[in-house]
Every structure is written in C-alpha cells, then in structure tokens.
Design a protein around this ligand. Structure first.
Ligand SMILES: O=C(O)C(=O)C[C@]1(C(=O)O)C=C[C@@H](O)C=C1
Length: 88
C-alpha cells in the first residue's frame, strides 16, 4: 500500500468517527428530553463513571492506550452535556 492509499483510509475512518460522534450527540438530545420530562439533572456522575470504565475496557480489548481513550470520552461526555444544556 502506498502513502496516499493509507491516508485515504484514514480520511474515511475520520469521517466515520465524526458520524459516530454526531449519532452519540443525537442520542444525548433524546436523553435530554427524557430528563426534562422526569425533572432529572443533566449530569449523572454514576453513568459517567460507567461510560469511562467501559471506554477503558474497550481500549484494552483493542490494545490502545486506555488513558488516551478515556480522555477522548471525557470530551465526548462534555460535548453531550453542552448539547443537553442548550436543548433545555
Ligand atoms: O446517560 C446520560 O444520562 C447522558 O446524559 C449521557 C452522558 C454521556 O455522554 O455518556 C452525558 C452526561 C451524563 O452526565 C452522563 C452520560
């Protein structure tokens, strides 16, 4: 494989990552609606902990750095919270 082909592969993966982030954010919008109905706060610490733990486990399974993957998930959670607060 040459460099251009490999970069094309990365470009496609990058697009898929952004698509998945968008989907995660859309689900967060639905969660925001349920929380609004039930009078629940935006932040759920125990759920965040579960998400972070799962991220670490998945990282280990795929042999990537768990701390870096967790840092990405921390940002994804923050993104959702901004989105949820804006839709309230
Ligand atoms: O599961 C929820 O309640 C969500 O709002 C989603 C989410 C997440 O991004 O994973 C975001 C904020 C909460 O504090 C916990 C988890």
């Amino acid at each position: 494989m040459d460099l251009e082909e490999l970069r094309e592969e990365i470009r496609d993966i990058d697009r898929e990552i952004v698509e998945q982030i968008a989907q995660r954010t859309y689900v967060a919008d639905s969660i925001a609606a349920v929380k609004r109905e039930r009078g629940l706060p935006t932040t759920d610490e125990s759920q965040e902990q579960a998400v972070m733990e799962r991220a670490g486990e998945n990282a280990e399974q795929f042999d990537v750095d768990a701390n870096l993957v967790k840092a990405i998930f921390r940002l994804l959670i923050e993104l959702n919270k901004v989105e949820q607060r804006e839709s309230r």
